[in-house]
Design a protein around this ligand. Structure first.
Ligand SMILES: C[S@@+](CC[C@H](N)C(=O)[O-])C[C@H]1O[C@@H](n2cnc3c(N)ncnc32)[C@H](O)[C@@H]1O
Length: 286
């Protein structure tokens, strides 16, 4: 078996586009190992295709505590279940490879959507290099569940025209690459911070030092869609202390911006007089 790093290097340096891009639609079951977004937690938020694939699996490699055990219990109690936590590529890739080559049905279950802070691609490239086809099945990312919990929209007419998915500086991100302050400074952006619960006080302090409005709304949704979901609402000035007091250090989504409090939005054109005109100015909405 090729060393996963060598496989990744080979896959990332090729300029050839994968012909499957034009042959398959997203969501269409395909040959190979599916990398499935399990959604934010509630088993009901797994897609229909994801559920069917998980139900048919012999081996489910999942993202440990980030995937709700109720989902595993409900859809694949009889399958072999392996947590990926604490396993490196050198262990995970042969595990999936050998099971697939032995004729077993293998699925890889990521939390939320694999395309958002998921590290799916490196596993897929290493498997592909071994001749094992893989594909993605999207899921509901945490920001969408958090926005539903807050009963708001991430884009909101007159409030936020843009959404940023970001994370604070941490083990894998250089301080120079931390753009949270820039997104917040743009004003009409809803900033969704993943992997940032432990650093919330520091992040807010940095925003205050940089002169951002202390009254800017911030909501923290812990375990969105899980039975113990919790919503903490505050501002740049107050949220750090509130989250610290609640004791959350992980598994929460931080949303910064007026959309978090659905403050001051305007009725959209979509359901106004404009609706009756033909759409000549591009896409509208739903
Ligand atoms: C490694 S990232 C994975 C994100 C995932 N791929 C997604 O699309 O939601 C893990 C981070 O996602 C966020 N997260 C995942 N599930 C969550 C949930 N149910 N509620 C709130 N935040 C969640 C937290 O910020 C957590 O630190």
């Amino acid at each position: 078996m090729t060393d996963p790093q060598t496989a990744i290097d080979a896959e990332t340096t090729t300029s050839e586009r994968d012909p499957r891009i034009h042959e398959r639609t997203a969501g269409e079951p395909q040959k190979g190992i599916p990398f499935i977004g399990a959604g934010p937690g509630d088993p009901g938020l797994l897609t229909v295709t994801g559920k069917e694939l998980v139900e048919a699996a012999d081996l489910v490699v999942h993202a440990g505590s980030l995937v709700n055990s109720d989902l595993l219990e409900a859809y694949c109690a009889d399958a072999e279940q392996v947590s990926s936590i604490g396993k490196d590529l050198e262990e995970l890739v042969p595990l999936m490879c050998e099971a697939y080559e032995a004729g077993r049905s293998v699925v890889r279950l990521h939390s939320g959507d694999p395309a958002v802070y998921g590290a799916a691609l490196e596993q897929m490239d290493a498997l592909e290099h071994e001749g094992i086809p893989t594909y993605l099945v999207p899921g509901v990312t945490a920001a969408f569940a958090a926005s539903a919990s807050l009963r708001t929209q991430l884009t909101l007419n007159g409030v936020a025209n843009h959404v940023a998915f970001t994370r604070p500086q941490g083990k894998t991100l250089d301080p120079a690459d931390d753009h949270i302050g820039e997104f917040v400074g743009m004003g009409d952006v809803t900033t969704c911070i993943y992997l940032g619960t432990h650093a919330i006080e520091e992040t807010m302090e940095r925003l205050l030092e940089d002169g951002h409005d202390p009254e800017t709304p911030v909501a923290v949704v812990y375990h969105a869609s899980w039975p113990d979901e919790d919503v903490i609402e505050g501002t740049i000035a107050t949220i750090g202390e509130l989250v610290e007091a609640a004791g959350y250090r992980a598994s929460a989504l931080v949303i910064i911006g007026d959309a978090a409090r659905k403050a001051g939005y305007e009725r959209s054109y979509l359901y106004g007089d404009w609706t009756n005109r033909t759409a000549t100015e591009g896409e509208t909405g739903d």
